[in-house]
Ligand binder design. Structure first.
Ligand SMILES: [Zn+2]
Length: 321
């Protein structure tokens, strides 16, 4: 009997055969593209994230049009206000709410509009919660987050995406949305957002680095997978519609475990540092950026994420056509 009876290479003989035997497919329909919108001033590039832009208010719909033309079904909005204060008051009424309204007006139901719900771009402390006596006040912060989420809902958002990692933020937001009659607005929580070195380029774009300390009192340590699962399970118990793991590439085990254990859709956020690493290596000629992008995004799908929020969305969409 010649060895082996099964030859795995038989299913790799031609491109058509490999296509047929593909187990995990990445689709443009899995992708959500982050969009930055700035109050006042014009559109500009982001130095540490070549190929991405911060949009002016009056050009945000041009960016969304480009995203829609590529077939990407969702955007996630991040606002950059012109002024900050201790309470982060412009988060509950300002640039993001106006952007949501204008996108809704132009695109109707043809684009899923998601918005980040956090305080760090809006507080002068740069923290994701309200600071009292040098500490983040959890419960005051969740009340503020609930008010921000309701203001997004009023502007016409489909999905709010709390990213502050305050305990009880999903329950507080769900209660506020329901009470105000926004029962159809869904919550995609940054459920297991890790304390990561991979967010630095985003802070370059959104200028929201903390003015003191760091985010380690609220974000999950990357050494604690059981704690990450608890965060995910608590969000499910609080009524979340979609859980999210953030970042993605260094957390594929958490994504996989979430997919295995939880009944709700699992999203992954491939963050700015993941994008910047690939772009920098590609721009230096060290690797093929397109090939690395497709491999990374497919690995996130393979781990179990059904939705991928990524700065690579437009590039991947172009390659997937
Ligand atoms: Zn934040």
């Amino acid at each position: 009997m010649p060895y082996p009876a099964r030859r795995l290479r038989r299913l790799r003989t031609t491109g058509a055969m490999r296509e047929l035997a593909t187990e995990v497919r990445l689709s443009v329909k899995d992708l959500v593209c982050p969009v930055f919108v700035r109050e006042g001033g014009g559109t500009s590039g982001v130095g540490s994230m070549p190929g991405t832009r911060v949009m002016s208010e009056d050009s945000v719909c041009d960016e969304v049009q480009e995203i829609a033309d590529l077939g990407i079904p969702g955007v996630m909005l991040f606002g950059i206000p012109s002024a900050k204060d201790a309470a982060g008051s412009s988060a509950a009424g300002g640039v993001v709410q106006r952007a949501i309204s204008s996108i809704r007006e132009v695109f109707g139901d043809g684009m899923v509009v998601m918005a980040d719900v956090c305080l760090c771009q809006y507080t002068d402390s740069g923290h994701c919660g309200i600071v009292r006596d040098g500490r983040i006040d959890n419960d005051e912060s969740t009340r503020a987050l609930a008010a921000i989420a309701a203001s997004h809902a009023e502007a016409g958002v489909d999905t709010v995406s709390p990213s502050a990692m305050m305990d009880g933020q999903v329950a507080a937001i769900r209660a506020e949305l329901d009470e105000r009659g926004f029962r159809d607005v869904s919550i995609m929580s940054h459920s297991a957002k890790h304390r990561s070195g991979m967010y630095a380029p985003f802070r370059d774009a959104a200028s929201c680095a903390p003015s003191f300390g760091d985010r380690s009192t609220y974000q999950v340590p990357y050494s604690n997978p059981r704690e990450a699962m608890q965060e995910l399970e608590e969000d499910v118990a609080e009524g979340v519609d979609i859980v999210m793991v953030k970042p993605a590439l260094a957390y594929l085990d958490i994504i996989h475990e979430a997919r295995r254990r939880l009944g709700v859709p699992v999203a992954a956020y491939s963050v700015s540092g993941e994008y910047a690493m690939v772009r920098a290596a590609a721009d230096a000629g060290y690797l093929d950026g397109d090939a690395a992008t497709m491999e990374i995004l497919t690995s996130i799908r393979r781990a179990g994420a059904g939705i991928i929020v990524t700065y690579m969305a437009k590039q991947a969409a172009g390659l997937l056509r």
